[in-house]
Design a protein around this ligand. Structure first.
Ligand SMILES: NC(=O)c1ccc[n+]([C@@H]2O[C@H](COP(=O)([O-])OP(=O)(O)OC[C@H]3O[C@@H](n4cnc5c(N)ncnc54)[C@H](O)[C@@H]3O)[C@@H](O)[C@H]2O)c1
Length: 314
């Protein structure tokens, strides 16, 4: 009988998000993991790998983690998730990370091109939309095999605040956040529902405005609390949802940064919109019908992304 081989998941960056990604990938049985980082972080990735492999015995997980500082170990990965890069500290914007993280992305994307050109690659590093743009350009991967994770997390934050405000189960909240991963992202209240009931019928405008503001500043709120870095549990779980949809061909419709080719009048930039993720990677890029006010907000978000992307030199 033909055996399906286990998938191989390359996690580039073994820091806060990378470690949580490794744990979730094993717990969800996505495949064997290579947790890669720079030589200075060798002890950390080898330690995290060993720690997770020992934990596997408790619940009987079959997937294994290898800590590595050698790209040869990443070669042939089916999925790669990039968290290599510096996180924000209090007072910093994501754009402040551009120079330092672009340098890292040049190294990472070049290595992906060389060692794992067939992988579905999810970028998490910030500034998100500019980093995924650089990744696509440098790696030369097809547009359907490259995506940025931000929308799943931003939407999850929005849903969390709605559920808290209503005291209802988060399972029944359906919501969507469009646009760039910055302070002018666009939570779409008009398209959000709770158990099928429009959100606008359940919460007054002032409360909705406060939820939108808190969602937009959700990353900064956590940076302010942690002080030494940014969110990691949420980003890891959100990236795993995307990887899982690819590995198991779930064809989930999730918001993510995908290459736009005319959608919303935008071409040549990665920007947040719902996409269908299945065995073909980003199989569909879906456009949401917006009213004039929503279009204006999306345009504002796009101009912020465009400004950062246009300053990228490759
Ligand atoms: N997209 C999102 O929604 C979202 C959310 C939170 C954080 N982030 C971003 O994710 C990134 C990682 O955050 P973190 O908290 O895990 O940071 P972290 O500092 O804990 O980990 C980053 C790791 O990258 C490694 N690294 C640096 N250069 C590398 C290279 N050339 N190759 C491989 N690894 C390299 C570092 O050694 C470090 O271990 C940051 O840029 C952060 O801003 C994105």
């Amino acid at each position: 009988m033909a055996q399906n081989r286990k998938k191989k998941i390359g996690l580039i960056g073994g820091g806060q998000i990378g470690g949580n990604l490794a744990l979730l990938a094993v717990q969800k049985g996505l495949g064997d993991v290579v947790l890669y980082d720079i030589p200075a972080a060798e002890g950390m990735v080898k330690g995290k790998a060993l720690d997770i492999n020992q934990l596997s015995a408790v619940d009987g997980y079959d997937c294994r983690v290898t800590g590595s500082t050698d790209w040869k170990d990443v070669a042939g990965s089916d999925v790669i998730i990039i968290t290599a890069g510096v996180p924000r500290k209090p007072g910093m914007s994501r754009e402040d990370l551009l120079e330092i993280n672009l340098k890292i992305m040049k190294d990472v994307a070049g290595n992906i091109k060389q060692h794992a050109p067939d992988a579905f690659v999810i970028n998490v590093a910030n500034p998100l939309d500019a980093m995924v743009y650089a990744l696509h350009k440098i790696s030369g991967l097809p547009k359907n095999m490259v995506a940025g994770m931000a929308g799943v997390l931003d939407t999850s934050r929005f849903k969390c605040f709605v559920a808290e405000a209503l005291g209802c189960s988060i399972r029944d909240v359906e919501a969507l956040v469009l646009g760039g991963h910055g302070d002018d992202m666009v939570p779409l209240v008009r398209h959000s529902t709770v158990g099928g009931v429009p959100l606008t019928e359940l919460l007054p405008k002032e409360k909705l405005d406060a939820i939108i503001k808190r969602t937009r500043e959700g990353g900064a709120e956590l940076v302010g609390l942690y002080k030494t870095g940014s969110a990691y549990f949420g980003p890891a779980a959100s990236s795993i949802a995307m990887a899982e949809s690819y590995i198991f061909d779930r064809k989930r419709v999730l918001p993510a940064a995908a290459l736009l080719e005319g959608q919303y009048g935008i071409s040549g930039y990665f920007f947040g919109t719902p996409v269908q993720i299945g065995a073909g990677g980003v199989e569909k890029v879906i456009t949401v019908d917006l009213n004039a006010a929503e279009k204006a907000e999306l345009e504002k978000s796009f101009q912020s992304v465009k400004k950062t992307v246009d300053s990228v030199t490759l």
